[in-house]
Design a binder for this molecule. Structure first.
Ligand code: NAP
Ligand code: ZN
Length: 348
């Protein structure tokens, strides 16, 4: 077994604290990764605070993992010692259901193994995530990171990047389309950069005026302060697609009105409470509300290669791991510019 140092919540709502555990000795198809950076996703906060239901504790969060290959199993073909690699939200899936066969492992009929807070395929070993110094992952779930992507800015691509890239691709976003990005946090800022890189006209829909300058710098063409109803009226029937990244209940109906006829609002934000809405705004303009979950491994690699080619990476604030609870509090206040990333050198 491999001894590992990390940070864990021992119980729901508990602050994170140093935690030592073991990972499996790498098998023939495994890669041992020395973790250098791990992004802090709002999902980590939802999960540590048990907002999505029964969590498995102790919980070592973290599913935006960047590191260097330290050891490879005898059958590993794609990676060698010293490669820069990533691990996102998934570490295993059944491999044989229709979704897995289509490269959409995130929709696997099961067993689907999330990077932390889940059971391995054996049904009893709890997975531990990237707030730690080492991880052992099956080669098929390891991503290759181009040296063109600055290593400190790469981690958020593994969740925030793919979660916004996947719906932009699925709904065929490109030049001539108006895309609304609702909420300018970790996911939102990646949605802006990616949609702009795909040639779309991007509007940030933010709850305050505070991020206007940043939005322009990130590539947005327009900015709307959503807390003022008059502002929203001017954008009625305006967007071809809205990517909704808001992490909490926020009053959905007024945003549905911003969609054109036949347009879609994609929910990627995952609030713990339901969002009620009327059927009429959907009926009268044949609008859709859809959801999207991260992305498959093939598409995640495609997104990473797209980012390398287009010069897209995350805007990050590096933090030492002992600042994680403070980072969560700032995230709850919307005070993130635009992703906290833990520098694993701070893990002693
Ligand atoms: P984040 O960095 O905290 O950003 C969320 C943004 O939502 C905030 O920056 C804020 O933007 C806006 N917001 C927050 N509270 C609000 C309120 N009360 N009213 C209006 N706007 C509010 O979070 P994140 O990491 O981007 O994650 C966002 C959500 O996506 C979370 O629920 C997370 O669990 C979920 N998620 C889903 C997937 C998936 O596969 N579907 C993957 C990853 C994460 P403004 O300041 O601009 O208003
Ligand atoms: Zn995430």
């Amino acid at each position: 077994m491999i001894p590992v140092k990390g940070y864990a919540a021992k119980a729901a709502h508990a602050p994170l604290e140093p935690y030592q555990f073991e990972r499996r000795t790498p098998g023939p198809h495994d890669v041992l990764i020395d973790i250098r950076y791990c992004g802090v996703c709002h999902s980590d906060l939802h999960k540590v605070r048990n907002e999505w239901g029964e969590g498995l504790f102790p919980m070592v969060p973290g599913h935006e993992i960047i590191g260097m290959v330290e050891q490879v199993g005898s059958s590993v073909k794609k990676f060698k010692v010293g490669d820069c690699v990533g691990v996102g939200c998934l570490v295993d899936s059944c491999g044989s259901c229709p979704s897995c066969k289509d490269g959409l492992e995130q929709f696997c009929d099961g067993p689907l193994v999330f990077t932390y807070g889940a059971y391995e395929k054996d049904g009893k070993t709890i997975t531990y995530g990237g707030y730690s110094n080492k991880i052992v992952t099956r080669e098929d779930f390891v991503l290759s990171i181009s040296p063109k992507i600055p290593i400190t800015q790469a981690a958020p691509l593994l969740c925030a990047g793919i979660t916004t890239y996947s719906p932009l691709r699925h709904w065929k976003v490109g030049p001539g389309q108006r895309i609304g990005v609702l909420g300018l946090g970790g996911l939102g800022h990646m949605a802006v950069k990616l949609a702009a890189a795909m040639g779309a006209e991007v509007t940030v829909l933010s709850s305050s005026d505070k991020k206007r300058g940043d939005a322009t710098r990130l590539g947005a063409h327009d900015y709307v302060v959503t807390s003022i109803d008059e502002n929203l009226k001017k954008y009625a029937c305006h967007f071809d697609l809205i990517i909704n990244t808001i992490s909490t209940a926020h009053g959905l109906p007024k945003f549905i009105e911003l969609l054109k006829r036949d347009a879609t609002m994609v929910m990627v934000g995952a609030p713990d409470k339901p969002e009620p809405f009327h059927a009429f705004p959907l009926i009268l303009k044949r609008r859709s509300i859809a959801g999207s979950l991260i992305g498959g491994i093939r598409e995640t690699q495609e997104m990473l290669d797209f980012c390398a080619a287009k010069g897209v990476a995350a805007e990050v604030e590096l933090i030492p791991i002992n600042q994680i609870d403070n980072a969560y509090e700032r995230m709850l206040k919307g005070d993130v510019r635009y992703r906290f990333v833990i520098d694993m050198k701070s893990l002693t």
